[in-house]
Design a protein around this ligand. Structure first.
Ligand code: CA
Length: 226
């Protein structure tokens, strides 16, 4: 069973997070304090941690720093208010962790936790990605589906690479913006829809099983299970 440690001092936010994680079958342990949270995290046994930025006892970033200094590699999703985002928080993504800005949609939090849990640890050295019939040669920038070679733009290549690296996983609009466009916020256009539409027409031709699937109201998923 997946176990998530929720370190959050705002009672209402904590209840919402715990409720959303429980709803998708994850077991949770809650702490409202940085020092106790760090202790629980160090005791181990958690697949991921949601960590509030500002906490009594010990600040969220300090909790994370001490966790890493003591050798824990449990992935962390930092939950931060807009005004608390600085370079240290932005740097989390580079270190394999992630952050989410309050207020957030619970579906977004769950999708990010799932992505963190599935993410392979350490640097990826893969040169070929393949899910179902779709194959990407990262060195030669070549995309094929079965025997068919597919020409994609640079942006479509990044988009498809992100889909394949997270195959089967719900990817929300903001996750895609961050990964492929380096935007932190939804620019409020249909940019993504246009690019996904184009990519989908190239990858999923008539008569082929669809791989890029729309998850209504939430995002998209690469699913080659058919
Ligand atoms: Ca707080």
């Amino acid at each position: 069973m997946t176990r998530i440690l929720v370190i959050e001092d705002e009672e209402r936010t904590a209840l919402e997070i715990v409720g959303a994680l429980n709803e998708v079958g994850m077991f949770t342990r809650h702490s409202a304090d940085g020092i106790e949270g760090l202790q629980l995290a160090m005791d181990g046994g958690f697949d991921a941690i949601t960590l509030d930025r500002l906490l009594p006892g010990l600040d969220g970033l300090e909790v994370l720093r001490q966790l890493r200094a003591r050798g824990s590699s449990t992935p962390v999703l930092m939950v931060s208010a807009l005004g608390e985002i600085d370079d240290r928080v932005r740097g989390l993504r580079a270190g394999g962790d992630d952050y989410l800005v309050k207020p957030f949609a619970l579906v977004e939090l769950v999708a990010r936790i799932e992505a963190l849990i599935r993410r392979p640890r350490g640097e990826s050295t893969e040169t070929v990605l393949q899910t179902g019939p779709v194959r990407m040669d990262l060195l030669n920038r070549k995309v094929t589906r079965g025997e068919r070679t597919i020409d994609v733009t640079q942006r479509e290549f990044r988009l498809l690479e992100y889909f394949l690296r997270n195959a089967g996983q719900l990817l929300t609009r903001s996750m895609l913006y961050e990964a492929v466009w380096d935007y932190k916020f939804d620019p409020g256009t249909n940019l993504i829809d246009v690019h996904i539409g184009r990519l989908r027409r190239k990858i999923d031709c008539e008569g082929e099983a669809p791989t890029i699937v729309t998850v209504r109201g939430s995002g998209w998923k690469f699913d080659a299970s058919e």
